[in-house]
Design a protein around this ligand. Sequence first.
Ligand code: AMP
Length: 283
Amino acid sequence: MDVIVAGDRAGLLKAKRTLGIGAASGEGTLALVPTMGALHKGHRSLMRLARERADHVAVSIFVNPLQFGPNEDFSRYPRTFDVDLEACADEGVSIVFAPSAEDMYAQDRQVSVSAGKMGTVVEGAFRPGHFDGVLTVVLKLFNLVQPDVAVFGRKDAQQLAMIRRMVTDLNLPISIVGAPTAREADGLALSSRNRYLSPHERHTALALSRALFAGAERRAPKEILGAARAVLEGESGISLDYLVLVDPATFTEAGEDYEGEAILAVAARVGSTRLIDNVTISL
Ligand code: AMP
């Protein structure tokens, strides 16, 4: 079956009626994969996971102006809608929801979601307001699409943690699924922003995953951070924003006596491209 493209709430309702998706018993379930488009194999792995979790998959494609800072790449963010649609069709997606910015945000809008203190640490410290923008758009997408399940990548680990927090704190009736990070064969985490990298920069960027994998071979926080930092310091052309070991649920620092799963997360600029990556380590 062809993908149904919807641009607003009315289009979504019509698509869901056509597909027999709804809350009534016997009706199909729906999994949502929110994206900003420029779809790659990482997004496709989320779609496949979504298909395992529900009868139908909806993919949203929306470059959300609210989550970009004034000096970030909103205007040059890659937009490849036609190719994205083909990728969605290939993966058996039923609905693509692609609203316009005007439909999403009224000129006179007043109310938005605050990510709280957790939105101001680690990635949030470098991108003020970013998580408020993410949570606001995700809540709006949840309300518009009304999925049973939503799938997010662990590549954006703090985003996933913040969405889980919002679902708990605001009692949202949606189950959240975290998907593993898809990587190129050489370790580079797939990202829509990788296409900004020159061949030389792409080579330099490999130090991020190399650093994380080096850290993941150690078991004590100091050693983990030391091993990862050594790799990053050995590579010229990398400007580090942060390298941290944190609790995956709160994004607070995992200290020397921390036990359980921790996330080793890195953010760095390679040329003018800002990249993030992380791995999970059992302590
Ligand atoms: P984006 O289009 O960058 O906003 O990403 C949309 C979704 O895809 C988010 O849940 C991301 O975490 C996820 N994602 C992006 N890159 C990857 C990747 N390499 N592996 C798995 N998920 C990813």
